[in-house]
Write a protein that binds this ligand. Sequence first.
Ligand code: 5AD
Ligand code: SF4
Length: 440
Amino acid sequence: MDVINSLRKILKTRFKREHFLAYIKVFGCQQNEADAEKICGFLKLLGFNFTDNILVADLILFETCAVRHTAEEKILAHIGNLKNIKKSNNNIFIAICGCMVEQENIKNYINEKFPFVDFICGAKSIENFPELFYKKLTGEKLNNFCNVPVLQKNKFNAWVPIISGCNNFCSYCIVPYVRGPEKSKDYNQILDYCKKIIKNGSKIITLLGQNVNSYFYNNFNFSDLLKEIDKIDGEFTIRFMTSHPKDFNKNLVDTLANLKHFSGHLHLPVQSGNNRILKFMNRKYTREEYIEKINYAREKIKNLVITSDIIVGFPGETNLEFEDTVSLIQKIKFASIFNFIYSPRVGTAAFNMQDNISHDEKVRRISKIIKIQEEISQEFLSGFVGTNLKVIIEEDHVNKSIARSKSNIIVELKGSFNVGDIVNTKIISSKRSYLIGKKV
Ligand code: 5AD
Ligand code: SF4
């Protein structure tokens, strides 16, 4: 811990205090949340506490996303806004981490446009954050830094990265470039970690990876991992994301059907309902195969909640091809979907494909899907009215609490509860995207 002490000393000299405040903003997916919790664990060791007020922070850190151009534009605007904060107090330390700054062109852009940024650490190097931070502050190299603990934002909610990177190279996607190739984490280390956090009160265990299905470590696969975690003593729910439909198979469904702790929620991004588009997206499954997999899962697991991601306006998508996506959504009836307008990403295969659909047309397509899904979601939610649901409290407000069911459905409750409490509720009505319940 000499390293920690020497870093603390540097920080104390810089800020002339014993303790410091960090403002952390996370953009993008749960993988980024998990990475941020890891960084927070390290910062905590250095004497940092955390604040939601950017104006009082000694360290401002953004964990960035690169999946769509709109996200990047938003983040760059946020970085631009830091200029005045830094001007008013030059001591503040500004760090930009994550996927966006894994791209050379963006890194150069930030260095040139925002010279007040002190430190950049791309997604591939996030495991080395302590080393890089040490080098930045001391100018010295550091090898073999000790394992730093994660600092969970919510004690009951645990992100557990099991596989990093992605080998799939879907033609529209930048993730394989910014996060590198797939690498599964040590099987026993994951199990030990799960045992520890469950013992310490974690109620929701979310296994994370761009494609959890391809987890493979010393002959143990994803099903093996699920079965072992399921054996741990305690009251907890197992979630995971994301599953790639090409690898989502009957074996896995059979495993899930026999787990005690499975949440009953599957996020299975289909992206498009048209086979030509799926082929150009390099997704490696067909519409028919996808439907068959869903049918099998629904047959084996009762009350399965299935959600998905959709991209509209992929290069060359005709209106008829788009209508295949519409009909797939109507056929499957997802509980909810995330919709995206295709965003060209430099360096991906799709970037060089002819993108001749007007922006207005893309907006028309996404609006159509949103409207159709709204009706489907409403119908799905109304099916819960009159039933009982066990929920976990996530937010506690003055007269109401926001909770989530095991299978990921949001329930609003009257009255005040403690975050992390598990409450039995009766559902009394349904809204557009959530349920209203009362304690029973
Ligand atoms: N444009 C639009 N949406 C994208 N996604 C990934 N890359 C892009 C892109 N270039 C979406 C996919 C994925 C989700 C996380 O983001 O639907 O499942
Ligand atoms: Fe991107 Fe496809 Fe990998 Fe998902 S599976 S991260 S969409 S390349």
